[in-house]
Design a protein around this ligand. Sequence first.
Ligand code: HEC
Ligand code: HEC
Length: 503
Amino acid sequence: MKISTLLLIANLFLGGAAVAAPAIDMDYITAVKSGGDTTVFFKGESIQAFRNPAQNLTEAQIQRHMAGDALFERNFSDDAGRFDHGLGPVYNNTNCNACHAKDGRGALPVFPIGATWVPLKQNEAVFLRISIEDDIKRPKTAENNWGAPVAVPGFSDQLFHLGSFGVRPDLPGVGQAQVWMSYEKTTFTYADGEKVELRKPIFKVTGAYDEYFDSVTGQVRSRLYEKDVKMGPRIGTPMIGLGLLEAIKESDIRALAARDLSDEGVKGQVNMVFDIEKSMAGDPYPVSMGRFGLKNNTPSVFHQSLGALRGDIGVTNYAFPKESIAGTPLYDSYMNSKQGAPALEASDEVANDLVFYSQTLAVPSRRNVEDPTVIRGANLFHQTSCTSCHQPSFVTGPHKIEAFSNQKIYPYTDMLLHDMGEGLADGRQDFDASGSQWKTRPLWGMGQTQTINPRAGFLHDGRARTLEEAILWHGGEAEYSKKKFVNLPKADRTALIQFIRSL
Ligand code: HEC
Ligand code: HEC
């Protein structure tokens, strides 16, 4: 019997986790098929790189993917007489594709020359998640919505800046409040004197629907303007390979979290979050490991997609049958002007096809893997400890869509939360994620990102215009690795970025 087998048995006896963390397989350096057999091949960069079905789907599955594709681009309407009715009464955009541009990521608003603040109007890919500060670590129960962020009373856990006709007679087009954005700029200086300008979007809120003038304090007040309200900006993320990320074995993710990387100051953590599918199935403890969302705050593509349909667009569906703002005074006064009880807005078929589509977008192949600079950069990616969080590869476990099972994939994420320091913090908790923790973003497809959407920005709020800026924002647990990057000679920094551009 081999020692490893003995250890395994000993572990089983002791009730310990018998699974070793997936190794860092150095074959990533030249691997081309980032999404295993789902991979779609591209010679160069292409505006179409993210818009393809997984290449190993059956003919029937491709048909279904195409049906979902049309729905992903459908502009929902708030006109009750139309077949595509359902938008609103409050929302952040009118279709999925508007925030996930060509299945890639969104961009921050354009600033007219001379403007320092711009209002978020129609068609912005960024919105604010909101909640009440809640630092108490507590067991997850039905009473506290299984540890979910505490909604702002009278609002929700997301701020809807757009509204249907009649929602805000005082501010037509606006939803719960008006959101404004500006930039805060800083400069990073390398040891050799080279400077990089960094910018971070900052937000302010006006025109909340419950706003009033407090004659005692002489201030304009709203529940939304109180100090305990936390706001975190989020920008639309790429849609590729999500079914594959669902198929990564939970035991692999847990084993990565259990590694001892204390000499680098790295400590990954899982987020345990509310699971609508378990809840619908009557599970008494509807909590699962989070995998999606920028803080891993949803467990599945199903939960995230139908949550977005109801939340971001305002289209109720069988998983989320009530409007996000149901029960708030804004909703009640709007509904008073309507007749009849609201019906479910999306059919089950529409909902299911959207989920299927979101699960089945192919990952594009890598390019230029034989370029010596790319190979040097790939080695530097490991030497500078990027791989401590951006785990290069996994072999997936079973998935109900067979195409995703047992695939060797190269997503460059450990699927875990990491404290990324003050510079990136939004100060807003989300289930077990703190105000400074974020999920390690997958890096597959990175080289195609700005071909698909030239204005697309990196990181959770789209602040970074370049890959270099994205790296320079790394802090907290990533400080050790960032320092190694910063201390490289310029040619090596460029090579490392060339490697990311080959993904
Ligand atoms: C207003 C912009 C907006 C709209 C509209 C929108 N999304 Fe998103 N989407 C986002 C943002 C922002 C995130 C990250 C959310 C978070 O971290 O909380 C996201 C995340 C996701 C994710 C998880 C991706 C990942 O890697 O974790 C999926 C799946 C998704 N959206 C599907 C959809 C679908 C399907 C629709 C249409 C029904 C849709 N989205 C509409 C902005 C949007
Ligand atoms: C401690 C873990 C950790 C280490 C080490 C780390 N990263 Fe990251 N990385 C993250 C997290 C978490 C995010 C997401 C931050 C956010 O959403 O704001 C991220 C985001 C990124 C992004 C932007 C991705 C996107 O989709 O916007 C790039 C590029 C990146 N990392 C590259 C690197 C490189 C290169 C290194 C090594 C020099 C590195 N990272 C080291 C955790 C890490």
